[in-house]
Design a protein around this ligand. Structure first.
Ligand code: ITT
Ligand code: NA
Length: 181
């Protein structure tokens, strides 16, 4: 059975496939599930996976990913609202909010939600770093303002970022579990 990865981003589907190579095929499904308002990425991922499975009327299991950027000095903002904040406030102005803080630590967290219709499981991965003035042209989203080991994620090439990223770690944990099923 193939896994249907619900995402608008074909790079994420390719990344998932690279982890699951030799285990299963990953098919990208661009379904726009309802992002419930919640403080919890787990709750959003569980609901998203189950809604997509119910609506997309097929038997192959569903995988969704929800990511948030949690800034310590801002009490974890934007967290589960990261997509909305990127669209409205933007990445440059988030940097402006953090610029005057002494503590600029932040963390990305990705929660993958998997369901096969019988059971639903979640898998997480995190990456700790620092918010900095935007640098680099690669990546997407908040990558230009997130520094890890002296480089922003936007300064890394894709393989370098994927090897250390929150989503990469969540995919590795998921793959280990799935391979045992
Ligand atoms: P999907 O279609 O895959 O669901 P999305 O952008 O709606 O994409 P995510 O939960 O992956 O959903 O992302 C939430 C926000 O976090 C959004 O603003 C992204 O741009 C940003 N983001 C996600 N992963 C990121 C990464 O690896 N680096 C920088 N920003 C990221
Ligand atoms: Na998502």
């Amino acid at each position: 059975m193939a896994i249907r990865f619900v995402t608008g981003n074909d790079g994420k589907a390719r990344e998932a496939q690279s982890y699951l190579e030799g285990i299963t095929t990953v098919e990208q499904v661009p379904y726009d599930y309802t992002e419930i308002q919640s403080d919890s990425l787990e709750a959003i991922a569980v609901r998203g996976a189950e809604e997509a499975f119910a609506e997309l009327e097929d038997v192959d299991p569903i995988l969704v990913g929800d990511t948030g950027l949690f800034v310590d000095a801002l009490g974890g903002f934007p967290g589960p609202y990261s997509a909305y904040v990127e669209d409205t406030v933007g990445v440059e102005r988030l940097w402006r909010l953090v610029e005057s803080e002494d503590d600029r630590r932040a963390r990305f967290k990705t929660v993958l939600g998997f369901t096969d219709g019988d059971r639903t499981e979640t898998f997480e991965g995190t990456l700790a770093g620092t918010i900095v003035s935007p640098r680099g042209d690669g990546g997407f989203g908040y990558d230009p303002i997130f520094e890890f080991n002296g480089q922003t994620l936007a300064e890394m090439d894709v393989e370098e970022k994927n090897a250390i990223s929150h989503r990469g770690r969540a995919l590795a944990t998921f793959t280990e579990w799935y391979a045992d099923q």
